[in-house]
Write a protein that binds this ligand. Structure first.
Ligand code: NAG
Ligand code: NAG
Ligand code: NAG
Ligand code: NAG
Ligand code: NAG
Ligand code: NAG
Ligand code: NAG
Ligand code: NAG
Ligand code: NAG
Ligand code: NAG
Ligand code: NAG
Ligand code: NAG
Length: 446
């Protein structure tokens, strides 16, 4: 044992022996992982997180009985400087919506498994409504200086939700992990399983790092697990998502309105809809900003897209019952995709400013109020799927006046038939960067 480990062990043992906590010889608190932010960094420093001085262990009722009260009371007694342990051999059940936005200087050490109940009636009434896109979350984790780690699992028990959604697309399916109003924190070394909807929603948050998250899910019935994005960021800044494995059925990562200063790096994504900006500009009167984004070193397999930017045109249009809009304003600026290896991906690169509008003539008549500028896409390699062969990409803006400085270079991507064509429209100078054809195959897309 090194001195630092001895010290941690001694501190942890002293804490465990204190009368406030449950004594349990088998409980070993994890060391806080703190994976370095590398190789890229969003630029702003992340606040320090002081060591914790107390340990609380969460009791498990077992047999699927709701552990929400056990969790809440351990968190309350260890808030402001403590370390909460969910031991390795324990299964926890959460059947009550937990508002954890009061957290401060606390570590949640999830070594065991936490499973959410599949009581779809209860959760539809009680999950936290986040307004944006009718998103709801099982719990909301917010406050200041919170670290979550431990190697354990959060399981959304999604099957009941996938089956219910197939009957009614208007049901509200909870998001597995809601970081809501979190200022400073790390979420590391965790497994996320079977989320009913998006896996992670990061909203109203700053200075948060996700590292070594393993996402896996899917449906066992004929009803697919829809909208299972890996991460969605919203009204958030200085965020890192890195070193993770994602096996899902929608965006691997998606930057929603007001996502700024974000680095996404070293991800392995399988089965997704790519790393997406948007969709943005869906609502008239709203201003959506996505700025200073760096996406690097991504492996993208079995996906609909690699790099994707989705912006609605100026005119309102309808895509489907629960998805419609256009006419909002704002900007997508300074977004870089640097390094992506693709395999069986429909489009390596897709930029559309005609989202939701199949009629490109109509899209061009009502240029988007949301500008796209300073986009760099470079160092891609691999092979697309045969879905749009001979095309490997789709680059369609609504007008060159609202879509500027798009730079695409060093793209070593071929279709299965060996071509490297893009469908291009309304982007100045694009023909000198990639092989364009005007044969469009996609305007209104999902
Ligand atoms: C926890 O759940 C897993 C999977 O259902 C099961 O194999 C294991 O025995 C459970 N452990 C306890 C302590 O109940
Ligand atoms: C974020 O903060 C704003 C302003 O305080 C609030 O209206 C909103 O409900 C919060 N949550 C989300 C998810 O936007
Ligand atoms: C939100 O829910 C309302 C009521 O069901 C529905 O009209 C609206 O289309 C939904 N919005 C989104 C973005 O799903
Ligand atoms: C809900 O979960 C329980 C216990 O895990 C299981 O027995 C039941 O089949 C599930 N219900 C649905 C609708 O999936
Ligand atoms: C790129 O990501 C992979 C994981 O997909 C990782 O093994 C590798 O070290 C990363 N490369 C760099 C230069 O960080
Ligand atoms: C990757 O995704 C594909 C298609 O979605 C799926 O069939 C396959 O099982 C996944 N592979 C792995 C290793 O998870
Ligand atoms: C996004 O930022 C813009 C510019 O600051 C602001 O006008 C808009 O209201 C913000 N949108 C949301 C959803 O917070
Ligand atoms: C563009 O974004 C990068 C981070 O991706 C940042 O380092 C750089 O300063 C930004 N450029 C400008 C002009 O803001
Ligand atoms: C892509 O999907 C195929 C099956 O459809 C699977 O064999 C392969 O492992 C997947 N690729 C990755 C990287 O998971
Ligand atoms: C597309 O929009 C244009 C301009 O409004 C219109 O003339 C044309 O008929 C539309 N095409 C289709 C297929 O609807
Ligand atoms: C949106 O763009 C149209 C032109 O396409 C313009 O007439 C309108 O004033 C713009 N609206 C806003 C709110 O910027
Ligand atoms: C474009 O469309 C024309 C006419 O339909 C067709 O002959 C040509 O092969 C297409 N080119 C590509 C690259 O798809």
């Amino acid at each position: 044992m090194r001195v630092s480990e001895l010290l941690t062990f001694a501190l942890a043992s002293a804490a465990l022996a204190s009368p406030v906590e449950e004594r349990d010889a088998k409980v070993t608190p994890s060391k806080r992982p703190n994976h370095p932010i590398a190789p890229h960094h969003p630029g702003k420093a992340f606040p320090a997180s002081p060591a914790r001085k107390k340990t609380c262990t969460v009791k498990a009722n077992g047999n699927g009985k709701d552990d929400s009260n056990n969790i809440l009371s351990a968190i309350k007694s260890c808030n402001n400087g403590g370390h909460v342990v969910f031991p390795k051999d324990k299964n926890y059940t959460i059947g009550t919506a937990l508002d954890l936005t009061f957290l401060k200087h606390i570590d949640l050490d999830i070594q065991g498994t936490i499973k959410f109940t599949n009581d779809t009636d209860y959760w539809q009434k009680n999950a936290f409504y986040q307004t944006f896109q009718n998103a709801t979350t099982f719990f909301q984790l917010g406050g200041e200086d919170v670290n979550v780690y431990g190697g354990g699992t959060l399981d959304g028990n999604g099957q009941a939700w996938y089956d219910l959604y197939a009957k009614d697309i208007y049901i509200l399916r909870p998001i597995l992990f809601g970081a809501i109003g979190l200022k400073g924190g790390t979420i590391e070394d965790l497994k996320f399983r079977y989320s009913p909807q998006w896996y992670t929603f990061v909203a109203n948050s700053t200075d948060v790092v996700f590292s070594n998250i393993d996402i896996f899910g899917g449906s066992t019935s004929e009803n697919p697990a829809k909208n299972t994005d890996g991460w969605d960021t919203y009204r958030s800044s200085n965020i890192v998502i890195q070193n993770s494995h994602i096996d899902n059925g929608d965006d691997c990562v998606s930057f929603k309105p007001n996502s700024t200063d974000i680095v996404v790096q070293n991800l392995v994504c399988n089965g997704s809809h790519g790393i997406s900006v948007g969709s943005l500009g869906q609502y008239v009167g709203e201003v959506d900003i996505v700025k200073n984004i760096y996406v690097a070193n991504i492996s993208m397999s079995n996906a609909s897209d690699g790099a994707r930017i989705k912006v609605w045109p100026g005119a309102a249009s309808a895509l489907s019952g629960d998805l419609q809009g256009g006419g909002g304003s704002g900007e997508v600026a300074n977004v870089t995709y640097d390094g992506m290896t693709i395999s069986n991906v429909d489009y390596a690169i897709e930029i559309t400013q005609c989202y939701g509008q199949k009629n490109i003539t109509l899209c061009n008549q009502f240029p988007s109020n949301l500008t796209i500028s300073d986009i760099t896409i470079k160092n891609f390699k691999g092979t697309t799927s045969d879905k749009y062969d001979p095309l490997i990409g789709y680059l369609q803006c609504s007008s060159p006046t609202v879509c500027k400085n798009i730079n695409i270079s060093n793209i070593d991507v071929k279709s299965p038939s060996g071509t490297d064509l893009y469908s291009c429209g309304s982007i100045s100078g694009i023909e000198s960067q990639v092989h364009c054809t005007t044969n469009g195959t996609k305007g209104g897309n999902s």
